[in-house]
Design a protein around this ligand. Structure first.
Ligand code: SF4
Length: 304
């Protein structure tokens, strides 16, 4: 049995930056430091930061006045930022810069009177934060069927942004429907699907030709990890999303000679190493990494 590691995989620049911001705040202010929502969608990361003194909360009212609150990498609505200040909290923003760029485009489009279509998953924190930057009309769209139901003020004044972790394939189909309905739509220079999402999905597409089974390390609520699983499935490869090696079932390996392993943008490499150990203990004789480009993207962290 051979194991082939996807390249690239795992932590992206936005996740590294968000985790660094929480660690830095703990160093500077001491525990507890509050984080609104999961800083990134990974249970291992959350457990580690909780052990250091981070407290994850779902609403601002749960935070004592005067405390430090960090906004997660997915970003929050403008109203949430304002409310935190009104509640007397000291705010630190760990929103990924690529998500902030999407927020700015939403505001710009609304400012010139455009309806904004947000291509994404209803209810995902990033989509909530993005819609929460609208100062005018905004509509979440997740399927071509929904495009025909949209009611906009002026079909000639519509623009779109996307969630950063969407499937490249699904978005392509969605954009065909959107361009058909709104031929004059204002498009970003490129979709907002980020470099990390794009590179990880492309790696899985390539890897799928060589494997019988794909294990994706990532938490169940991680959007980009779920998309990696789907990309492999669309290529006809059985794929499993696992939080850690302990979730692998030996029966999955039956008949699999080549097993691919990848990790979502919020999953640390230590979990991949544990999966490799598990596979070695269950018969993997060789482990190699596929050919792929190195990622050199780094987002600066301003001292808090
Ligand atoms: S997946 Fe992309 S948008 Fe999300 S945190 Fe990472 S780099 Fe930023």
């Amino acid at each position: 049995m051979e194991v082939i590691l996807a390249k690239p995989r795992g932590f992206c620049a936005g996740v590294k930056r968000a985790i660094t911001i929480v660690r830095q705040a703990l160093d500077k202010y001491g525990a507890p430091v509050y984080v609104l929502h999961e800083i990134v969608h990974n249970t291992h990361v959350l457990r580690e930061l909780t052990g250091m003194g981070a407290v994850f909360v779902e609403n601002l009212e749960a935070i004592p006045v005067g405390s430090v609150v960090i906004f997660s990498a997915h970003g929050v609505a403008l109203a949430t930022e304002q409310k935190a200040v009104q509640l007397g909290l000291r705010t630190i923003d760990a929103t990924c810069p690529l998500v902030s760029k999407v927020h700015r485009r939403v505001m710009r489009l609304n400012r010139i009177g455009y309806d904004v279509l947000v291509l994404g998953h209803q209810g995902h924190p990033e989509v909530i934060g993005t819609c929460g930057h609208a100062t005018g009309a905004v509509h979440v769209v997740s399927s071509p069927e929904e495009v025909n139901l949209l009611q906009v003020a002026d079909p000639g004044r519509v623009g779109y942004v996307t969630q950063t972790t969407l499937s490249l394939d699904d978005t392509r189909d969605l954009l065909v429907a959107i361009r058909k309905r709104f031929p004059d739509i204002s498009e970003p220079e490129r979709t907002d699907i980020c470099y990390a999402t794009t590179n990880r999905q492309n790696a899985i597409r390539e890897l799928s030709a060589d494997i019988d089974l794909l294990l994706v390390v990532g938490s169940k609520n991680s959007s980009n990890s779920n998309r990696l699983r789907e990309v492999a499935e669309h290529q006809g490869v059985t794929a499993r999303l696992i939080d850690h090696a302990g979730e692998i079932e030996p029966a999955w390996l039956r008949g699999a000679e080549r097993i691919g392993v990848s990790a979502g943008a919020s999953a640390p490499e230590v979990l991949v190493a544990e999966v490799i150990d598990w596979l070695r203990a269950h018969g993997a004789s060789t482990v190699r990494e596929m050919e792929g480009d190195d990622e050199n993207v780094v987002f600066a962290v301003t001292p808090c």
